[in-house]
Design a protein around this ligand. Structure first.
Ligand code: SIN
Length: 479
């Protein structure tokens, strides 16, 4: 088992580490060895965390934005000072290559720095009243206690991105991280203590009874806002549960990102970008390229260059040097992807490279399929694995129609140089985020989020605080 001062193995509630009589194992997906045994919290613990957050709310929300910012900046600094250690813990529990894990720690921390500043820029409004003896004033206030459920694919950043905005706005926070990857969340809690975040403001409850704990976090009367990152299927269930107390919600759900390469594109740039966008985190990212659409006149050139780049990707332990693709999170995740590939080949897709397990059952080779159509399983589903299906198209209109032919609307990418086409396609794509000659779209300054069944709300940017604030209108009469 791994040892580190930042490796904690119990939930963190009201500033205390809370043990439990039961425990569960956190498994390294590279070698299936136990990284840590973690106390298995339950629904009562989730409720304790909510009460702690409720009790801490008055004092935290009454602090000035400046005072909250000072504490958040300290948290940011501590995270960056411990970047290497946090990245090692992340790679051990999640599997992604260490360089990517370090990138995730910096990415997560950047939201804390961003919102520490942004919290100082919450503005209200005055509005012309309908009569001269009245004044209308609009103020913004923290929504209250926030509960979050976060996924295993970004065990640090998905928490940091939500908690930063919530805490900066003056809310208090309870998170239930994925049980596959709780250690990064608990390490964040340890650093929150060192940063001086008061007891009850940031709570982490870790437990395997996701249904009961999720029920508490979506229905408790003291929770004002619920935020989730994960699959659309689970998001729909949680949304339903939130309806009973009409919570404010934000949902960052699944995606099926098209990556369109037009005949006027810089093909080498498109190849490089498509490889990164498809294979980072072994394809287990909501904004990963899911379908590559290539105009017929450049199909051969693009495909040859793309397959050659994919074949140079090295699979292995995330802790080794020069590894581009780590293991998938579990064996069953690999099996799901394998099935999508086999079913698509049966439906007429052509396997150009990959298509098998390697280095044991948690690894799936970087795979490319050609002759794919949008109705094949590999294109119609969110793949969440290292498989790139290539779909050919002839016209701009056809590319737009195929790209939009999905229930998802998170991210889309396209490569083109013609300025008219760039505007036409950018406006026609039905997605919350569009990368134009770019696939590195995630950063703290930008509003991350989707439309259609990819969810609602935005994380990051000047818009991100609104998800954690209420608008209050003051009507002042008798003037
Ligand atoms: C996600 O997969 O949900 C997050 C990806 C990102 O923030 O870039």
């Amino acid at each position: 088992m791994y040892h580190s001062a930042l490796l904690k193995n119990t939930s963190f509630i009201n500033g205390k580490w809370i043990s439990s009589s039961n425990s569960f194992d956190v498994i390294n997906p590279f070698n299936n060895q136990i990284v840590a045994k973690v106390a298995d919290a339950n629904a009562n613990n989730a409720e304790q965390a909510v009460i702690a957050a409720k009790n801490a709310l008055k004092t935290w929300s009454a602090k000035s934005a400046h005072d909250r910012a000072m504490i958040l900046k300290k948290w940011f600094t501590l995270i960056m000072e411990n970047q290497d250690e946090l990245a090692t813990i992340l790679t051990l529990e999640q599997g992604k290559p260490l360089a990517e894990a370090k990138g995730e720690i910096a990415y997560g921390a950047s939201f804390i720095e961003w919102f520490a500043e942004e919290g100082k820029r919450v503005y209200g409004d005055t509005i012309q009243a309908p009569s001269s003896d009245k004044r209308i004033v609009v103020i913004k206030q923290p929504v209250g206690v926030v509960a979050a459920i976060t996924p295993w694919n970004f065990p640090n950043a998905m928490i940091a991105r939500k908690a930063a905005a919530a805490l900066a706005a003056g809310c208090t926070f309870v998170v239930k991280p994925a049980t596959l990857t709780p250690l990064s969340a608990l390490a964040l809690a340890e650093l929150s203590v060192q940063a001086g975040i008061p007891a009850g403001v940031f709570n982490v409850v870790v437990g395997t009874d996701s249904q009961q704990m999720g029920e508490v976090l979506t229905t408790h009367k003291s929770i004002a806002k619920f935020t989730f990152t994960g699959s659309t299927a689970i998001g729909k269930i949680l949304l339903n549960q939130c309806a009973s107390t009409v919570k404010k919600v934000s949902m960052e759900l699944g995606g099926n990102a098209p990556f369109i390469v037009f005949d006027d594109a810089d093909i080498d740039a498109a190849v490089k970008s498509a490889v990164t966008s498809k294979f980072r985190n072994a394809g287990q990212t909501c904004v990963c390229t899911n379908r590559i659409l290539v105009q017929s006149s450049i199909l051969e050139e693009f495909t040859t260059k793309f397959v050659s780049a994919v074949q140079s990707l090295k699979l292995g332990s995330g802790l080794e040097e020069n590894i581009s693709v780590g293991p998938m999170i579990t064996k069953s995740a690999t099996t799901d992807v394998k099935k999508l590939v086999i079913d698509s080949i049966t439906a007429g897709a052509e396997l150009l490279t990959g298509g098998d397990s390697e280095l044991g059952s948690n690894f799936y080779q970087a795979t490319v399929l050609a002759n794919v159509t949008n109705d094949m399983p590999i294109a119609a589903n969110e793949v969440f694995g290292p498989v790139a299906p290539i779909i050919a198209f002839n016209t701009e209109q056809e590319a737009i129609e195929v790209a939009n032919d999905t229930e998802y609307g998170l991210a889309a990418y396209f490569y083109a140089r013609d300025i008219g086409r760039v505007w036409r396609v950018a406006e026609a794509l039905e997605f919350g985020m569009v990368g134009i000659n770019d696939s590195a779209i995630s950063n703290a300054a930008a509003p991350f989020g989707g439309i259609k069944q990819s969810g609602n709300g935005r994380e990051g940017s000047k818009y991100g605080l609104d998800d954690y604030m209420e608008i209050k209108y003051l009507s002042m009469g008798g003037i």
